[in-house]
Design a protein around this ligand. Sequence first.
Ligand SMILES: [Zn+2]
Length: 128
Amino acid sequence: MHELGIMTGVMASAREAAEGAGAERLLGVTLSVGEMTEAIEDALHFAFEALCEGDSYFEGAQLTVNMIAPKSRCLECGNEFQHDRFHLFCPACDSFATELICGRELQIDSIEVDLPDDEEESGACPST
Ligand SMILES: [Zn+2]
């Protein structure tokens, strides 16, 4: 399952960031996922829940997924257009000579953590 592999990597990165920040627990993860990765949003949630189960560090954590629609630029006429995973041709001139501008993203936007001692500091913090 494609999504299980993705979420395993995402959670390892999120955990590393959370532990680096001194967090005792991870409360939430927000992801941006391009549709061209072929990841299915529901399957990402399912994989996340399966991976969280039995892991006290992630217990009760929430996953937010922002799906990003693919966008390409036509190499013939310069038109930029959104499309789905299967229709990559330019709607202006029907050319198939296009390059993908976005849609292959797979990144952690933010994580929410539970920091000990200072409740004020618990909130979204960048993963980078
Ligand atoms: Zn075109």
